[in-house]
Write a protein that binds this ligand. Structure first.
Ligand SMILES: Nc1nc2c(ncn2[C@@H]2O[C@H](COP(=O)(O)OP(=O)(O)OP(=O)(O)O)[C@@H](O)[C@H]2O)c(=O)[nH]1
Ligand SMILES: [Mg+2]
Length: 282
């Protein structure tokens, strides 16, 4: 198996910072990558957010397997009791639902304030998730959807970090990055597939070969169809099929590894989801 290096020393500090930010909001938009809706989900999120309402956003659904996206969505909704939406910032899919669901999820909190005799205010939300799942893209899209940006409001301490998305929702304009605990190498490898891990932490050829193995298991024909080659889809075979040869007549593994990672990350091989609901605990 490919080996992903990780640095546990930074995690405690990152978690502290994230907790501070989370204290400021009523609702959390938790973003995962729809191609690995399980491996890109922070399993210890409960520890960070306690019982704050959460909306699970399966982003990049434009490059994920649509049938599996539905399955995962149902799974998270029914078994985890977690409101879930599948989005794409490329096609703008369901970004409006993020706003309406966010407002709905935060409503109980606002009602409580009103019961205490305070004036109602917009629901406050923030986006969190692993690196590269599309947090910034989502924030940018939501901000673009809003007509007005918030200025400072009289009587309320407001930093410019808040953007009013609509009269009922405000969004922190910086995302919370979930610190990676990559003690599980299988999960870490899948995160590397989707470019959620710094490139210095792994060997591209190792991870690319793992990716080929993983795709072949779930989608047996996808690679041979896309790379137009017969036989077992290995880095070597794909290099040879393209005639990518380096000195000494050897296949150019490095170049092929980059190609495969890039093809997968851009959804060129197909709409593929590499986690399975069967792997989830019931
Ligand atoms: N196909 C596809 N690509 C997306 C989508 N959303 C974001 N991306 C791409 O994914 C990459 C990462 O997006 P960002 O919005 O920067 O992700 P992030 O979570 O803010 O990343 P970090 O700030 O590095 O943690 C960019 O190349 C985006 O264009 C989506 O819905 N579909
Ligand atoms: Mg970002």
């Amino acid at each position: 198996m490919a080996h992903i290096h990780w640095y546990p020393g930074h995690i405690a500090k990152a978690e502290r910072k994230l907790k501070e930010q989370l204290n400021l909001v009523d609702v959390i938009f938790e973003v995962v990558d729809a191609r690995i809706p399980l491996s890109s989900k922070y399993l210890e999120i409960q520890k960070l957010v306690a019982d704050k309402p959460r909306l699970l956003i399966m982003n990049k659904s434009d490059v994920a397997d649509p049938i599996k996206t539905i399955k995962f969505k149902e799974f998270y909704q029914k078994k985890y009791n977690l409101p879930t939406v599948a989005t794409s910032t490329q096609t703008n899919k369901d970004l409006s639902s993020v706003i309406s669901m966010g407002v709905e999820l935060g409503n109980a909190k606002i009602q409580k304030l009103v019961e205490k005799g305070l004036l109602p205010r917009p629901v406050r939300a923030m986006v969190i998730g692993m690196p590269n799942v599309g947090k910034s893209s989502i924030i940018n899209k939501l901000i673009k959807k809003s007509k007005t940006k918030t200025g400072a409001k009289a009587g309320v301490t407001r930093s410019s970090q808040w953007v009013r998305i609509n009269p009922k929702l405000e969004l922190l304009d910086t995302p919370g990055i979930i610190p990676m605990k990559m003690d599980n190498q299988q999960i870490a490898t899948k995160l590397a597939f989707v470019n959620s891990v710094g490139e210095n932490a792994y060997d591209e050829a190792e991870v690319a070969q793992e990716l080929l193995d993983c795709i072949s298991k779930i989608y047996p024909d996808a690679l041979n169809t896309y790379y137009k080659q017969q036989g077992i889809p290995t880095l070597e075979n794909i290099a040879l099929a393209r005639n990518w040869i380096i000195s000494g007549g050897k296949p150019d593994i490095k170049r092929t590894a980059s190609l495969i990672l890039s093809d997968f990350r851009h959804g060129r091989i197909g709409k593929l989801t590499l986690d399975d609901t069967e792997n989830l605990k019931n």
